[in-house]
Design a protein around this ligand. Structure first.
Ligand code: SF4
Ligand code: SF4
Length: 396
């Protein structure tokens, strides 16, 4: 979407939520299972004791307590102003519970919220407008774009990097990125160092120490994303343990069998050291770099549908889509830089602008690279992850 009321784009939604800022919000979680637990801990981060109770359709647990809150019967609920019900169940049950709440006269996005929408939009709005907390779901720092692999559909376009003109971020630049980010944002759900292959970055351990020491309490999940082809040294493992940094492993063993032993060793090291990890099972799309050219109208449509979650901070620049920034530098450099918000000196207006940028606004209504991209949605153009470039289509 194109900015038309910069710094005020979400004022209307906020007013329509009819929350009274001089009164406490009471949150009720409909669903006392795993999803309810996740919501309880998220809300408690910003509003200790903010959850006033649970609802659940299992009659047998009504009256029990969970996380110190009573599980209540929805049929006896009397709605009050500043009460918010969050439907905190899995996707499968969300719709039927929303219908149930409508049937007892509650209004969506006023009295109750579907958990998925609340997480993506309404809760970040409440955090900013009510608590003055700027919250980000995810941010990344790409420390290097060098890699041990050359994946044909690398979303970061690493095989196209021209190393005559590009170097890793300096350690000071990684520090500058983290400082700028945390002088703007209050809290991030997932903070990731990645690349390229981040374990090729000589100062990875120092970067983790710097961020862990200063900002760990403002990060929920701290991860390194790796293809697991470079084994972690002992000092890196120790720092990961100290600051509770985990590994996300992009597992390309199927497409590149030759790396299988290395990946297995990598996982064994993590297991033996008790460092948490998870194997990523991401869906890969052939985004269309470097051969797609969209019209301006198509670029706008694709940008609105895309909702790319992969934000990046790079020195004092905040990019809403790391893929766009990488491709703009690595493939389309003759077309100029990708759009970003400068967060060098963050005041209240900058925080609002960044918030709107994250939630789909920008100057032209699309990013420059959306002219060359299919977007991260849809069922077409799915490709096998990790397939390597063959001779003749290498990027360098
Ligand atoms: S492993 Fe493949 S997808 Fe990941 S950064 Fe390297 S080239 Fe890109
Ligand atoms: S469509 Fe635009 S925002 Fe979405 S991934 Fe492509 S470049 Fe990024």
């Amino acid at each position: 979407m194109k900015w038309t009321k910069k710094t005020h784009e979400f004022d209307r939604i906020w007013l329509d939520m009819k929350i009274n800022c001089s009164q406490k919000i009471k949150y009720y979680l409909f669903g006392a299972g795993k999803s309810g637990d996740e919501w309880w801990s998220l809300i408690n981060l910003f509003d200790d004791g903010g959850v006033a109770g649970y609802f659940d359709n299992s009659k047998s647990i009504i009256g029990n307590k969970k996380n110190g809150c009573k599980i209540l019967d929805i049929t006896k609920y009397q709605h009050k102003k500043n009460n918010i019900i969050i439907v905190s169940v899995g996707e499968k049950y969300e719709k039927s519970i929303c219908t149930q709440l409508e049937q007892i006269g509650l209004k969506r996005n006023l009295d109750y919220y579907a958990g998925s929408e609340f997480r993506d939009l309404y809760f970040p709005i409440i955090l900013l407008y009510y608590y003055n907390i700027l919250y980000d779901d995810m941010v990344q720092i790409s420390v290097t774009e060098r890699c041990t692999l050359k994946c044909k559909h690398c979303a970061h376009t690493c095989p196209y990097v021209d190393y005559n003109n590009k170097t890793d971020l300096l350690l000071n630049e990684v520090k500058e990125s983290a400082d700028a980010y945390f002088s703007t944002f209050d809290y991030v759900n997932r903070f990731t160092l990645l690349g390229g292959e981040p374990l090729l970055y000589k100062e990875l351990t120092d970067a983790l120490i710097y961020i862990g020491e200063r900002y760990r309490n403002r990060i929920r999940d701290f991860f390194i994303t790796t293809n697991a082809t470079v084994l972690p040294k002992e000092d890196l493992i120790n720092v990961c343990k100290k600051y509770e940094v985990g590994f996300e492993i992009s597992d390309y063993r199927q497409a590149v069998p030759v790396i299988s032993d290395k990946v297995k060793q990598f996982i064994n090291i993590l297991k033996e050291s008790n460092v948490k990890y998870r194997i990523l099972n991401d869906r890969w799309i052939d985004l269309g770099f470097p051969y797609i050219n969209n019209s301006e109208n198509d670029a706008k449509r694709i940008f609105d549908l895309c909702g790319a979650p992969c934000h990046e901070v790079r020195k004092t620049r905040y990019y809403s889509c790391i893929l766009a920034r990488c491709a703009a530098e690595n493939i389309y450099s003759d077309e100029g830089e990708e759009y970003y918000v400068d967060i060098a000196n963050s005041d209240d207006d900058t925080r609002k602008i960044v918030f709107e940028f994250i939630h789909g606004y920008c100057d032209k209504g699309y990013l420059k690279l959306c002219r060359h991209c299919r977007g991260l949605f849809g069922e077409n153009n799915i490709v096998v992850p990790g397939v390597q470039m063959s001779k003749g289509n290498e990027g360098d």
